[in-house]
Design a binder for this molecule. Sequence first.
Ligand code: PEP
Ligand code: CO
Length: 459
Amino acid sequence: MIATDEKNDIWTPDSWNTKQIWQMPEYDSPEELKARFDELKNYPPLVTSWEIEKLRKKIADAANGNGFVMQGGDCAESFDTCNSDNIVKLLKVLLQMSFILIHEMNTPVTRIGRIAGQYAKPRSSDYEKVGDDLIPSYRGDLFNSFEPTLDARRADPARLVEAYQKSAMTLNFIRSLTDGGGFANMHHPEYWELDFMKKNQYYAEYKQMVESIHHAIRFVETISPNKVHTLKNVDFYASHEALNLYYDSAQTRRVPHQSGYYNLSTHMPWIGNRTRQLDGAHVEYMRGIRNPIGIKVGPPYEVDEILKLIELLNPHQEEGRITLITRFGMNKVTEHLPNLIRAVNRAGFHVLWSCDPMHGNTYATETGVKTRAFNDILGDIKQTFEVHRSENTILGGVHLELTGGNVTECVGGANGLNEAGLGENYLSYCDPRLNYEQALEMAFLIAREWKISRSKDII
Ligand code: PEP
Ligand code: CO
């Protein structure tokens, strides 16, 4: 790999290699790693710099109160679920959630999937006990296999190429679906599944909203055929945690007519809560790319450290560059968020505030099943809206783990899934996701909170 010119602190796509690397296992064979890395370097990019710039503008708009950013998808994608059914279902739920938000909030909504590259996971432990043996932890399909054997858990460089191929297939299908095809028909009534909401106290409000969305769409389709085109072309962006830096740096390039380097494997990479060390490899990599980037912020952290991080990652304070994704957990928001907001404001930093209500609210049931409660997730969002309102800042986005399928991983929601029901269809390899119904209900309740926080402003 190319090394940094340390004296001059020059950044290169590979300068991260000279820093301390967290959360990345060693590969056994440097030769094989180099061969796969070089192969990946030669493949065409997955996204373009102008798409990235367009997203940066939308993030800047949302930070200024003109829009909302909805980011969501699997905790971890896996190679064996890269299929039509999963992609269609995820896209459908994200699209319908965005219609709910647009309609209820009356603001543009930017959709970003945790998709087409979300294959690498940070882990709290390097090893897992299987029987009497300790084997390396599963770190996502980009590193190793979920199968609990020593050999399957070896970090395999061939996976860099397979992840690229699966991401390319996924993005290719998403682009076909969202580009003028019939997919946007997902806004038509026959595609909405509503009955589950009957058990929710807001059912009447919800039903009226869905009818009103249909009415608005029919109206536009009837009076303005040109607008139909707009309805059938859906903007959609990809994001993943930039954890495996071989993967991200292999696709990091200069492009004609733009300055700087772009990570062309995704529109918006983010930096996880466990890899944001100021002197670490992940921060070094992120500081040199032009993409808008997310930073997860949750305990443990120091406010000063987060300020230094923003300064380092966005020295010219460009709008749209930084999304701070706070993930404190229900009932911890009021303790942590106000100080962070005040410090960021005092420093005059421009960020989009987003809330990840998932990662601070994970717990294990008595039988050891990892889950999250719908009401904790909602409570976290509610508290985050409230704190932003009292600090006079804007919560301009959410970051959710969800899937379009009928999984049973999070408890609660209108359908009243309880802990005993978690075993029915628990498919996640990592964290529990909201299912289709829980995700739609959540979108509706997020929009409700947004309206409540705005109406308080008016009073
Ligand atoms: C994630 O988003 O999947 C994740 C691991 O989050 P965090 O970095 O906030 O722990
Ligand atoms: Co997760």
